[in-house]
Write a protein that binds this ligand. Structure first.
Ligand code: NAG
Ligand code: NAG
Ligand code: NAG
Length: 301
């Protein structure tokens, strides 16, 4: 009996203190993120709670780069361990009143930004802005993130054209560790089951869709649509992804928010996925190490 108690205790404490060594990539569409929206303290607070969970986050819907200032300030105030930096595309879009900057926010202590590439093509309303990252926290030496915030009515065509973006990026950086992420509008009326045969990212089995058709990435109860997605190319990157870690993150449950309030931030949920960490536990987590010592003392005393 005596042997089992500390095990239970250890397990309980480990569960209470989630693995902080994981490497998390997130994606969040925040519609109309402008200076008016980012001057709302409550919105910034919720975004800070969501984004400080992630090593790299893709933000969509950023209309004004100045809107990022209060967000970055809050992230860097809130986090004791990490410094967050943004990298943004130029203003993209066809309607001058509705331009967006793809923006990635990343922790400078856990990732290095090693490349940026703006895809040039009239095939997209907001052509992908690919970024390349390197992190000693993961097993993958470096990886490429390709974002897409699709135009709803052109979703099928734009998702299909991601294949061409993949080929260009692959040739440019000779890197196959590619993840596509963002609000693809890949569901409900915009992308139907019959449309899938026209999308190379679906028909070519080298691409793995981490967020399934059954998931609901929208906040409202009226809609169940898997609009937001994460897709990975090849097996080497896929093997570095923690099984079942690709998910819709629900801030309502985790931070006990009202759905009617959360929609002021976004009508989408954030997505997240974890990469396997290259850091060994005792080295990385002093807490875990301490618990092992306590566990040992408990057994020997
Ligand atoms: C990883 O990089 C960070 C930031 O440059 C550095 O502080 C850390 O010591 C590195 N870790 C390893 C295991 O090399
Ligand atoms: C970033 O790059 C520097 C220089 O190559 C390296 O020393 C450092 O460990 C890298 N940081 C991370 C987090 O991988
Ligand atoms: C899928 O795409 C990859 C990368 O371009 C290519 O090498 C492979 O031949 C394609 N597979 C099929 C079945 O078309």
């Amino acid at each position: 009996m005596r042997l089992y108690v500390p095990h239970g205790l250890l397990l309980m404490v480990v569960l209470l203190f989630p693995d902080t060594n994981c490497f998390r990539i997130c994606s969040y569409n925040i519609p109309q993120f402008n200076t008016a929206k980012s001057s709302d303290y409550n919105i910034i607070h919720t975004l800070t709670q969501v984004l400080t969970r992630c090593d790299v986050s893709l933000l969509m819907g950023v209309q004004e780069l100045a809107a990022l200032k209060p967000l970055l300030a809050a992230l860097n105030r809130y986090s004791e361990k990490y410094t967050y930096e943004p990298v943004s595309s130029k203003a993209l879009g066809t309607d001058p009143k509705n331009l967006e900057h793809y923006t990635f926010i990343y922790r400078t202590q856990t990732v290095n930004l090693t490349g940026e590439h703006q895809y040039q093509s009239a095939d997209f309303v907001r052509p992908p802005f690919a970024v390349r990252f390197q992190s000693n926290k993961t097993h993958v030496p470096d990886f490429v993130l390709i974002p897409l915030h699709s135009e709803p009515t052109k979703a099928v065509q734009e998702i299909d054209k991601l294949y061409d973006v993949f080929m260009e990026v692959y040739e440019k950086w000779e890197n196959q560790n590619v993840m596509f992420l963002g609000d693809f509008h890949a569901g409900c009326a915009y992308v139907t089951r019959a449309d899938k045969k026209d999308i190379r990212l679906f028909s070519n089995t080298s691409f793995s869709w981490l967020i399934s058709d059954r998931m609901d990435t929208t906040v409202t109860d009226q809609m169940d649509c898997p609009y937001d997605r994460m897709v990975v190319y090849g097996t080497s990157f896929l093997q570095q992804i923690k099984p079942f870690s690709a998910n819709v993150f629900n801030p309502i449950k985790t931070f006990k928010l009202q759905p009617s309030w959360l929609v002021k931030v976004s009508d989408h949920y954030p997505l997240e996925v974890e990469l396997k960490s290259s850091v060994t536990l005792p080295h990385a987590s002093p807490l875990y190490f301490l618990l092992l010592i306590l566990h040992f003392l408990y057994l020997t005393l």
